[in-house]
Design a protein around this ligand. Structure first.
Ligand SMILES: Cc1cc2nc3c(=O)[nH]c(=O)nc-3n(C[C@H](O)[C@H](O)[C@H](O)COP(=O)(O)O)c2cc1C
Length: 222
């Protein structure tokens, strides 16, 4: 098996959490003797090369962050440039996000599950996991530590069943956080976090509340 891995984040590779996850995942592939090549769509100049790799290879993995509950716009733009292929090609996904609850990645997962059919290729499953906001602000040692579980998923993928095995399903962690934690977080977002976001917005020139209903007040700019 030879895997073409595409980082679908718009964030430059140096600062991309997805990139750190790919690094851990590929360690797992290497452990099992699987070869790979990696690309990043944040580098627009590489798009022709990435498309070429997609066309020439039959094992494709797109690793991507969840942006606003779904697939980043830049990745959608890239996907639109891909040609139709046939079922000899398998397309799998690693979908990761900031917030921890599995439930909030399910919309993105459902979108990705439909995508291979549109491209005429086979679906290899989608590995889903959140709680990754902080990876890029950690020092290198901690980054290796928190992304290490992805190495085991690389090893699992190397065995050839995509992400359909039980281990991949369990990897997501909790679908919902426990009720007390959700209540506390709800309170923080309604008070402290709301104040912080409003302050940040004001420093960028926003003069109306962030939850302003522009369709009711008639304001058309913040
Ligand atoms: C514009 C934007 C939108 C985001 N939307 C979500 C979201 O809806 N849910 C979530 O859990 N995380 C969200 N995140 C957090 C990212 O999914 C998370 O930080 C991810 O690890 C970023 O990976 P990257 O650095 O490779 O882009 C968002 C981040 C950005 C910048």
């Amino acid at each position: 098996m030879h895997v073409v891995i595409i980082n679908g984040s718009p964030r430059v590779q140096k600062y991309s959490n997805t990139e750190k996850i790919i690094t851990a995942f590929t360690k797992g592939l290497s452990e099992k003797g699987i070869t790979f090549e990696t690309y990043a769509i944040s580098n627009r100049k590489a798009w022709d090369d990435i498309r070429e790799a997609y066309i020439k290879n039959d094992e494709i993995l797109i690793a991507l962050p969840l942006y606003v509950e779904c697939v980043p716009g830049l990745l959608l733009e890239f996907l639109e440039t891909l040609p139709q292929k046939d079922e000899h090609t398998r397309l799998s996904f690693v979908l990761q996000s900031g917030f921890a609850e599995g439930c909030q990645l399910r919309c993105g997962e459902a979108f990705l599950a439909k995508l291979p059919e549109y491209l005429g290729v086979r679906y290899g499953g989608c590995l889903v996991k959140g709680d990754n906001f902080g990876i890029r602000i950690l020092d290198e040692e901690k980054q290796v530590q928190v992304t290490k579980p992805y190495q085991a998923m690389g090893e699992l993928f190397a065995e050839g069943d995509g992400f359909f095995r039980e281990e991949a399903e369990k990897f997501t962690g909790p679908e919902y956080l426990p009720l007390p934690m959700r209540l506390i977080m709800g309170l923080i977002f309604k008070t402290l976090a709301k104040k912080m976001f409003q302050k940040a917005a004001a420093s960028w020139g926003c003069s109306v509340p962030l939850d302003e209903k522009v369709w009711e007040t008639g304001h058309d700019r913040a």
